[in-house]
Design a protein around this ligand. Structure first.
Ligand SMILES: [Zn+2]
Length: 345
């Protein structure tokens, strides 16, 4: 996919980006918000391509002096996907398209400093140099302050695109300098189509995973992974049968949870969905994510009061925070497990 059709199921963001291109008025900074896996990075890349596409008549627009009269883009406003510039961006070899992602849990000040050094020079060949900063909420304060300086004095012919789940996760002084574009969760129908296209999954199965994915393609992909379904079944079974009296079993469960950091984070997400489903099953059972095990959810539901569930969400959030802050995994897991099973009968 090349043009804005790659911004799948996101009509409003595509229209806004399209209008920037057609007017030749490219903002200095954009903030793409929306749940993980709804296509924010893909849209940022498509926009970088559209800004630099050689397919139509070059419109030579610059951030500082838009020249709408020179716009000769195709009707769609999207990139052609086949010119030299588009191909370089698609293969990640364009010198002026810079992508920054968290190194470990954070975007570090050194990454932003390096970016500032690059941006002090003119772009090599791009009409609009594009910097894509993914998960901008992971910037620490120092990195955020360095980025703020860039936003206050934007480099010429350069656009910064930040992505994050929520605007409120971003340092307010940074967020206020970016134009926000909100991405919606993807529809179940579109998710199912994407699973069928990318993974060759049977339509009936794809529909189940799409329903479980809460609008996120990333999540749909994970769920379509059989080993993850197996892991969920194990987690749910363990957590619902453990009791405080069985200290040894609790310790063994915590040990298995904490073997590997990313796996531990994934387990927390699964547990979070499990408790969310239990909470929802009390008043809206049709909305559960793990819809394939709704009978289990129904059985577990009476054992959990609302107050108990709220404290479980807090415990999981706290454990996640600790893991991301590089706390001791084993200790985090033990504390979590003992507190989770505390009120269980
Ligand atoms: Zn092109």
């Amino acid at each position: 996919m090349s043009g804005f059709e790659s911004i799948t199921d996101q009509i409003r963001p595509a229209l806004i980006l399209n209008s920037f291109i057609r007017k030749g008025a490219i903002p200095h900074a954009l903030l793409f918000t929306g749940t993980e896996g709804v296509g924010k990075e893909a849209a940022a890349q498509a926009f970088a391509m559209a800004c630099n596409c050689l397919g139509g008549t070059p419109y030579a627009s610059s951030v500082n002096s838009p020249k709408p009269d020179l716009i000769g883009k195709p009707e769609s406003g999207g990139p052609c996907g086949i010119c030299g510039s588009c191909r370089k961006i698609l293969s990640n070899s364009h010198p002026d398209i810079i992508k920054i992602k968290p190194a470990g849990p954070y975007i570090k000040i050194s990454q932003v400093r390096e970016l500032c050094e690059i941006l002090a020079f003119k772009p090599y060949e791009a009409r609009i140099r594009t910097v894509i900063i993914s998960d901008a909420q992971t910037m620490n304060k120092a990195a955020g302050n360095a980025l703020l300086k860039l936003l206050e004095e934007p480099p010429e012919r350069t656009i910064l695109i930040l992505t994050a789940t929520e605007k409120s996760d971003i340092i307010p002084t940074i967020a206020s300098r970016c134009q926000q574009i909100r991405f919606n969760p993807l529809s179940e129908k579109r998710l199912a189509e994407m699973l069928i296209e990318s993974k060759g999954i049977e339509p009936s199965e794809a529909a189940i995973f799409a329903a479980m994915a809460n609008g996120s393609f990333t999540r749909a992909l994970l769920l379509s992974d059989r080993s993850r379904i197996k892991k969920r079944d194990w987690l749910v079974n363990e957590i619902e049968t453990l009791s405080l009296k069985e200290t040894g079993k609790c310790m063994a469960f915590a040990e298995r949870l904490s073997r590997e950091k990313d796996d531990f984070l994934d387990s927390l997400e699964i547990l979070n969905i499990w408790y969310r489903d239990i909470a929802i099953s009390k008043y809206n059972p049709g909305k559960s994510i793990f819809s394939d095990i709704s009978d289990k959810t129904k059985t577990a539901s009476p054992g959990h009061t609302e107050k108990d569930l709220l404290s479980k969400f807090d415990l999981i959030r706290g454990a996640r925070k600790n893991i991301l802050a590089n706390a001791n995994l084993r200790l985090t897991a033990e504390t979590l497990v003992f507190r989770l099973v505390q009120n269980q009968m």
